[in-house]
Structure formats: structure tokens, C-alpha cells
Design a binder for this molecule. Structure first.
Ligand code: UDP
Length: 150
């Protein structure tokens, strides 16, 4: 069953969310999960894990070769992340709306990055959360972080 609202699909779907090392270090995992549940999404899987080089190379394969790739991978391997699979109607675009714009400085108040982000200058990679950007990405990313679910 699928209801089309503008360009946004309202199918029940799953998304892969990461609270990145900056968010984990700042103790924001609970706040991010609270917002996910308050929105009405369900937690399907949850883990705290320090990403391996192999996981990050697969996860960020589309960004390989871009100027921010190396610093991004270095930052993402700097400590634990909280990884979650969430489920709900349109939760892929829905979580990205909760997260806000990539750059915390540009992210609107009311969003995770807008409310909790800091101005890190050039360190745009430190923006608290990751959320899958399409059903194809979500399926691929869930396989990286929770192979038992795919
Ligand atoms: N990123 C960065 N510099 C950039 C663009 C992206 O460091 O100019 C980092 C940032 O951490 C971002 C991640 O790379 O979250 C993935 O980029 P994407 O464009 O997919 O942003 P997102 O989907 O996370 O908003």
C-alpha cells in the first residue's frame, strides 16, 4: 500500500541512522533516539560500535575521491557510533527532515543539526547524525551495520 503525498512516498520503510562520533561523545544518542520515537518511528535494531575501515569504505563509497572523503572517514573511525534501524511511514525522507541540512550552521532550528549542531567551521563532517537517502541506500546500509537483518 502506498499513498503519494507530493513527491514523498508514505510507504512503511526502514532507514539506517547513525549517531556519529561527535554526537556519541557529546551524549546525544538518547536525544536523537527520543526524537525518532517522538516522531512515531519504531526502533528495529540498535547497537554501539566503533566503525571499521571496511564498513566506512562501503558506507561512503559514493563519496570516494571527493575532497572531504579522507577527513570524513578519519572522523567516523575516531570513536563509537550509535547505529539504529528505524521503521515507519516515509521514515527515510522523514528522518532526513528531522536531521536538517548537512551543514549544522545552515540547518534550521527544530532539526537535530539545527538545534544541537555547533559551528565547526570547515569540519562540516561533524554533524551529529547520518540517515539513509533512498530505499536503495537504506537496504545497502542496513546490510553493512546489521548484516543479520538483510
Ligand atoms: N560532508 C563533508 N563535507 C561536505 C559534504 C559532506 O564533510 O562538503 C560529510 C558530512 O558529514 C555529511 C557526509 O559527508 O553528513 C555525507 O554527505 P551527504 O552529502 O550525503 O550529506 P548528508 O546526507 O549526511 O546530509
Amino acid at each position: 500500500r502506498s499513498i503519494r503525498v507530493g513527491a514523498v512516498s508514505e510507504q512503511i520503510e526502514r532507514s539506517l541512522v547513525l549517531v556519529k562520533p561527535d554526537g556519541y561523545r557529546r551524549g546525544l544518542s538518547g536525544e536523537v533516539l527520543r526524537r525518532i520515537e517522538a516522531k512515531g518511528y519504531t526502533l528495529v535494531a540498535l547497537a554501539v560500535t566503533t566503525p571499521t575501515a571496511e564498513q566506512l569504505a562501503t558506507h561512503y563509497a559514493e563519496h570516494e575521491g571527493k575532497p572531504f572523503y579522507e577527513p570524513l572517514v578519519e572522523f567516523m573511525s575516531s570513536g563509537p557510533v550509535t547505529a539504529a534501524v528505524i521503521e515507519g511511514h516515509g521514515c527515510i525522507p522523514g528522518f532526513r527532515a528531522l536531521a536538517g541540512a548537512t551543514d549544522p550552521t545552515a540547518a534550521l532550528p527544530g532539526t537535530i543539526r539545527g538545534d544541537l549542531g555547533r559551528d565547526w567551521g570547515l569540519k562540516v563532517q561533524q554533524n551529529i547524525v547520518h540517515g539513509s537517502d533512498s530505499p536503495e541506500s537504506a537496504a545497502r546500509e542496513i546490510g553493512i551495520w546489521f548484516p543479520e537483518l538483510s
